[in-house]
Design a protein around this ligand. Structure first.
Ligand code: CA
Length: 228
């Protein structure tokens, strides 16, 4: 007596949303419903209770890892598949740690997305091959915070960068030279396998918005949690 599974697609980009929906519907055997914002997705989860959620981490009204936690608090045990442009292992590890069952990058093959939906739907954990490789290269086990390997100074610089300050401003704020701040930023990038300074800043902002106290609708700035 199994009913057709319902997938909730939470994605703010209309073209990506339409493409995903078509891909899923062409395959058949599932129903698809959509949400454009984190708040709408949360409401639909509470009201309808989908069998699986495909969640974009970059939503206009927040979302991110905090949005993921909010969904899982509202619907414990919900099967959430992350569908994101972020491929940084630190984001993948953070999502798994927060309770996601799968992670697919927007750069992955469409076949990977369908495979992910099948496997997560069946109760398995799914990582697309490139995502899994990057995670493995970082020598991480899912469930372990990647920020654990950072020193107190590195965490401090990461926290300051998350507030949108330049590296020079961060150096002045902490009371270190620009040269030292640049060296610390380079150390963080090396430890977290981040390809550029832009990726480091994005991570800093994402980590800040992933603080457990965060609210979906809050757009304010806050510091990065200092604990592991
Ligand atoms: Ca998006």
């Amino acid at each position: 007596m199994s009913k057709t599974p319902l997938i909730l697609l939470i994605e703010d980009h209309p073209i990506v949303r339409a493409g995903c929906r078509r891909l899923l519907e062409e395959r058949g055997g599932i129903r698809v419903t959509e949400a454009e914002t984190a708040a709408e997705g949360l409401r639909i989860c509470r009201e309808i209770g989908p069998d699986l959620v495909m969640l974009d981490l970059g939503l206009g009204d927040g979302g991110g890892l905090a949005g993921l936690r909010r969904l899982l608090t509202a619907a414990p045990g919900l099967k959430v598949l992350i569908f994101s442009m972020h491929e940084e292992p630190v984001m993948v590890a953070g999502a798994l740690e927060a309770g996601a069952r799968g992670y697919v990058s927007k750069n992955d093959d469409p076949a990977a997305l369908l495979e992910a939906v099948d496997q997560v739907g069946a109760g398995e954990v799914y990582l697309s091959r490139p995502v899994a490789q990057k995670l493995a290269l970082m020598n991480l086990r899912p469930g372990q915070s990647p920020l654990r390997g950072l020193s107190a100074r590195e965490r401090e610089v990461l926290a300051q960068l998350s507030t949108g300050q330049s590296l020079a401003e961060v150096a002045a704020q902490i009371g270190i030279s620009y040269r030292t701040a640049a060296a610390v930023a380079a150390q963080i990038r090396a430890k977290l396998n981040l390809p550029s300074m832009a990726a480091l800043i994005r991570l800093a902002v994402e980590q800040a918005s992933a603080a457990p106290s965060d609210d979906l609708g809050a757009g304010g700035q806050r510091s990065v949690p200092s604990g592991p």
